[in-house]
Ligand binder design. Structure first.
Ligand code: PRP
Ligand code: URA
Length: 219
């Protein structure tokens, strides 16, 4: 895919979006002095830019259109059905940004939180579009840390019949990427930055802190 830097080439592919606008905005998302309002706006903007990249492989079909001059053979999207699924709660911050480019997408929700002691994900909610098997899914979450939440969300979608899933996040740790690749090698991963490591509390270093708290102003 042009414009992408492939970091690994196992079964699931990892795409790091090195577009200057994405990298510029991500810098201010990381900055601890960025307040809630600006943080939310930046996450929304980066989600839109990432959606532009992630839809690069959408299928097209040729149609005829009458221009004022003649008949042109030209292309339109071939009606692929998409669903966006944020992992609650921080994933919500990326939904509207993606919908700006794919307004007809349906939106499902998977509610997961990390147990602060075990760091294991706990599912508390799941609601998907009825026609799960016909849709291509894009799971969104700003952070891929241990990978526990992402793996569980993918499990949850697959259990309900989803067959084609992409995972999109702002910042990933190598541990999280590896967890998806080992458990769901069919799921490609789209990220704005691949960071260095996790700290002892399972936070991404350097990361951006707690994405949910920064988006919603909680602590
Ligand atoms: C954060 C983040 C991911 C998860 C990543 O959510 O939004 O869902 O942690 O960590 P993992 O890869 O180690 O599972 P959190 O559990 O803090 O819940 P929240 O969105 O409700 O704040
Ligand atoms: N969840 C977050 O919000 N931030 C991290 O760094 C890791 C998990």
């Amino acid at each position: 895919m042009p414009g992408y830097k492939k970091e690994r080439n196992q079964l699931s592919k990892v795409y790091v979006f090195d577009h200057p606008l994405i990298q510029h905005k991500l810098t201010y998302i990381r900055d601890k002095n960025t307040g809630t309002k600006e943080f939310r706006e930046l996450v929304d903007e980066v989600a839109t830019l990432m959606a532009f990249e992630i839809t690069r492989d959408m299928p097209l079909e040729e149609i005829d259109v009458e221009t004022p001059v003649t008949t042109a053979k030209t292309k339109v999207l071939s009606g692929k059905k998409i669903a966006i699924v944020p992992i609650l709660r921080a994933g919500i911050g990326m939904v509207d940004g993606v919908l700006k480019l794919i307004p007809a997408a349906k939106v499902g929700h998977i509610g997961l939180y990390r147990d602060p002691e075990t760091l294991k994900p706990v599912e508390y909610y799941a609601k998907l579009p009825a026609d799960v098997e016909e849709r291509d899914f894009i799971i969104v979450d700003p952070m891929l840390a241990t990978g526990g939440s992402a793996v569980e969300a993918i499990n949850s979608l697959k259990t309900r019949g989803a067959k084609n899933i992409k995972f999109m996040c702002l910042i990933a740790a190598p541990e999280g990427v590896q967890a998806i690749q080992e458990t769901h090698p069919d799921v490609d991963i789209y990220i704005a930055a691949l960071d260095e490591k996790l700290n002892d509390h399972g936070y991404i270093v350097p990361g951006l802190g707690d994405a949910g708290d920064r988006l919603f102003g909680t602590k």
